[in-house]
Every structure is written in structure tokens, then in C-alpha cells.
Design a protein around this ligand. Sequence first.
Ligand SMILES: [Zn+2]
Ligand SMILES: [Zn+2]
Length: 168
Amino acid sequence: MHLEGSCHCGAVRFSLEAQSPVPFMHCHCSICRKTAGSGGYAVNLGGHANTLKVRGEKNLGLYHAVMREPGQRATRSKAERRFCLKCGSPLWLWDPRWPELVHPHASAIDTPLPKPPEVVEAALEFAASWVDVPQGPGHVHCATWPNESLEEWHVRHGLLDGGSEERR
Ligand SMILES: [Zn+2]
Ligand SMILES: [Zn+2]
């Protein structure tokens, strides 16, 4: 599925082809909350890194998250979190350990996205106390992250590439 995205001020615009465009994954981890967590969580999508096209690249900020575990030395995440230097909008994550993937934040996408048939509330052990985590049918709760990848979830629900094959 072709996705167009932008930051709030418009200094950065981007597009990509996404095999995992359904916004079903709410990540409640502390990194997502602080860097992208409008509702206390970020909503992660999956696309093909080699299709990512960016306009306004000079306005891109780069953040490597610093992770501090009690009793351990702080470590720097290899993942590259990109945001707009002018307005601060979180845009996407790219990780050299999975270089073929890029993970745009659903919040930055302007293309209408398919509505998820179920939502996975992930990383709940890191959720802030004030977050009202949605419960009930259609909400899967996960203390950390599911074993299933974003792409495997899409295959299981017949929604790979947004389910375009069924629409054709
Ligand atoms: Zn901006
Ligand atoms: Zn997260």
C-alpha cells in the first residue's frame, strides 16, 4: 500500500510502500510514550525501507534512544528515530538490525489507513499509570511485545499490503 506522510509544519514530507499499513499496534513503552506518545503510546506501521522517499531531508532530526535499566550501564539503541527539527513531529524508525524495514508512525501518515479489526496493546508493563488502556473485545493485551511480527499479523488477518488483493 502506498503511504504519504508529513510532519505537522510541512518541512518534511515522505512516501513509502507499506506491507503492514494497518495501525493495530499500540506501543506503550517509555520510549514511544516520551518521543511519540500522544495517547501514552505510539502506533507503529511497517514498510519497505528501499521505497522511502523524503523531501526536506535537511529538517530531519535523529535520536538514538538511551536506555537505562536499574543497576546497569545506560545503552544507546541502534535504532534511528527520525523527527522534524522544526516542529518536533515523530516520523519513523529505522533499525540497522532490520535494514529492509522502516516503521513510520501512523500519526505522521496522511493517507487514510485501514481500520484495524483488533488492536494489540503492547509493552503494557511500561505503560504510564495515567493511561486508560482500552479493554474488551478487539483489544489484545500484551505485557511486552507479541512474538508475531507486524507482517505476520497482517498475513493472519488477510491485510498484507492493506488487503488490496481482496479489494481488487
Ligand atoms: Zn515539521
Ligand atoms: Zn515503543
